[in-house]
Design a protein around this ligand. Structure first.
Ligand SMILES: [Zn+2]
Length: 432
């Protein structure tokens, strides 16, 4: 292996919602450490002079391609790949008719392993190098993800102890045993994952809170995705001891000790004032999944559009996720495009591609707690990067927003995003 790798390309280095360095004729310099490469330097083409005489230097030419940091997906169900193309109607019906029967298949370990292998390939193919992920209720769905996925993944088995079909339900004891066992095994990479409050009882959720404090991992669940779901969850809990006076969906999780800065709640489309206050107070993050929430004609569940402006006004942390299989594609590029297009349609100009890229890389790294090591090209971070398909940019293109606009304009169908990734480097090694 070479000590140094020099990659020529058009570099995009996200910093915030509004700022992303764009170096059109750029170079990235990777340096090999003990077993992986880190970002040693980056800048304009003239930087080559400083490195070209280095012994053991490999030069890779992607001059015509945009190079972005490895993408991070803040919310996806790896066991739902086969549901992506099944008919969608609304959340609760879709869970019952398609998702739960599909997840039940993962009981079979062999099947589970071969699906994980395939899914891992899909993630890499689409430039995704980490994220927060849901398995099925089966412990081997967590084992298989950790075994096959390449990148910074945080994975949990969904907990389902009530209001679930007979073929996909656990006793409290089974759920608690799995929480203990898997959190001890995977420590901070384990995610306590109540599917959502309607299907996970309060005792198991409280146990999850304790387990998370011990292993210092993450917590993930779903919150306020549709109005029906909110009515349903409140009607369930108001009949349960200790929750009679509950007034918001978030408060149910809060009373079980599940909200906090290590918690990622999926969706949050219909947050009440009280929800918003609780999330703010506890510094809970939201995973916004625009392709999953999109209208049914756009292959989503038609749940609505997350109001990120409102969330930001309330200082909520949020990032983007694919929500496979309610989201139809693994590609975070597709998610970014959907975020921008859906928001522009309602006149929301703050939804830029620069913002979408930041919320699919550095911001997600921050929420996952890995931004010291990944999320952008700051010096010393691990060399995780995605080379996009070649693009001719005219001399007038000078900003990250213009460059990203050109890239997305050149994609003619959503299926094309998968082919829009030409090469993926993980810790400096090509894995695509
Ligand atoms: Zn989900």
């Amino acid at each position: 292996m070479h000590k140094w790798i020099l990659i020529k390309g058009m570099i995009l280095n996200p910093q915030s919602d509004k700022s992303c360095e764009f170096i059109k004729e750029g170079v990235l310099i990777l340096k090999k450490g003990k077993d992986k490469y880190t970002i040693a330097d980056y800048g304009r083409r003239s930087l080559i002079n400083d490195y070209e005489k280095k012994r053991s230097l490999k030069v890779v030419d992607h001059s015509d391609s945009l190079i972005i940091p490895g993408l991070l997906d803040l919310h996806f169900h790896w066991v739902q790949k086969d549901v992506t193309s099944m008919p969608k109607d609304n959340l609760l019906k879709w869970l019952e008719n398609f998702t739960w029967p599909t997840e039940a298949n993962f009981k079979d370990k062999k099947y589970c392993n071969s699906e994980a292998k395939e899914f891992s390939y899909e993630l890499i193919r689409n430039g995704t190098l980490g994220g927060a992920c849901y398995g099925s209720i089966h412990s081997h769905s967590v084992d298989a993800a950790f075994k096959y996925f390449k990148g910074d993944y945080f994975v949990g088995n969904v907990l389902m102890t009530m209001n679930s079909p007979e073929y996909l339900i656990q006793t409290q004891k089974q759920a608690k045993t799995l929480l203990d066992k898997l959190s001890a095994k995977y420590k901070k990479n384990y995610v306590v994952t109540p599917r959502f409050a309607p299907t996970t009882d309060e005792e198991v959720m409280r146990h999850g809170s304790k387990v998370q404090k011990k292993c210092k991992g993450l917590i993930q669940s779903h919150l306020c995705e549709t109005k029906n779901e909110i009515d349903w969850v409140l009607s369930i809990y108001r009949e349960r001891k200790g929750f009679e006076d509950v007034t918001s969906y978030s408060d149910i999780y809060h009373r079980c000790g599940l909200l906090g800065e290590k918690t990622i709640m999926g969706h949050g489309i219909y947050l009440s004032k009280e929800d918003m206050q609780l999330l703010k107070k506890t510094n809970t993050a939201i995973a916004h999944c625009p392709t999953s929430n999109a209208p049914v004609k756009d292959k989503g569940l038609g749940s609505g559009l997350f109001d990120f402006k409102q969330a930001e006004k309330n200082k909520l942390r949020w990032g983007l996720g694919s929500d496979i299989g309610a989201g139809p594609f693994v590609s975070m590029l597709d998610v970014m495009d959907s975020f921008v297009k859906q928001n522009k349609k309602i006149g929301n100009k703050a939804a830029t591609y620069t913002k979408a890229l930041y919320r699919s890389t550095l911001k997600n790294a921050e929420i996952l707690g890995i931004d010291q090591n990944t999320g952008n090209f700051d010096l010393g971070k691990r060399a995780n990067l995605v080379v996009l398909k070649p693009l001719k940019l005219s001399a007038s293109i000078k900003t990250s927003e213009q460059a990203l606009n050109e890239f997305f304009k050149a994609i003619k169908s959503r299926e094309e995003f998968r082919q829009a990734v030409t090469e993926v480097f993980y810790e400096g090694q090509v894995i695509s």
